[in-house]
Design a protein around this ligand. Sequence first.
Ligand SMILES: [Zn+2]
Length: 276
Amino acid sequence: MFHKFQSRLNLQGTVETQTAIRVGAGRSTAVIGSDLPVVRDAEGAPYIPGSSFKGVLRSYVESILRSFTEEKSIVCNPTNNDEQCITRDEMETLRDDRDDNNWNEQKYNAKLLSKTCWVCKLFGSLWYASKLQVRDLYVQEDLWFGQYQQRDGVAIDRDTETAVSGHLYDFEVVPAGTPFDFHAIVDNATDWQLGMLYLGLSAFEKGDLTIGGASSRGLGVITLTLDSAHYIDKTKIMDYLTKDDKGDDANWESWIEAFKDRIDKQLEGTDAQTDG
Ligand SMILES: [Zn+2]
């Protein structure tokens, strides 16, 4: 939908494990369930799939928005079709309307946008491309010496969170203090969307979020340290591409203000923004 360059935010930093993190079962590189996000690469070194990091970030941003409103057009539940901001049926109707009435792409996009919730506008949905890409987080090689550790665990029933008697298993962890490279790109996000993103990132900076499951046993705490955040808007794109110009430093304060402003207007009922 958006083929026009508007802006890019380039984020770089380090994610460090504060406690041990579980590694996906077995020696395969497949992710075993979404709550086991640390896996091994082809050489056996651990990495955190970007999609795992993004998933935790998204859930946290959803929880912040839900503290303000339960409105589906602001924050939907992407895991349940009936609770998504645009359900499959609604999408079918929208496409039928477009075809029956010969809408141009602009009109169709405007309709799509008016229904897409704030979270999906940044993180994407089935119908809307994500503006945020988080690269896979690879362990910093000069600090990784294969130091996996074994833990004994008791199998936990996922539904009841009680121990399944007689089911002991071993699992591997990456120890505390392991650093991973973090790199994320946000394309064409609006100011308020970047402010919303910051709330999630800052929770990672504070060490409030966990990945990898078993957080009740103290596993999976990570902290994010951002080393650089560069913003390239459309007036800087030529310098960015042709010279060694990294762009401007991120203007988090004004983006957070834009987000707060939009929340306030939403609560007052005066929010009239229709941007993507
Ligand atoms: Zn949504």
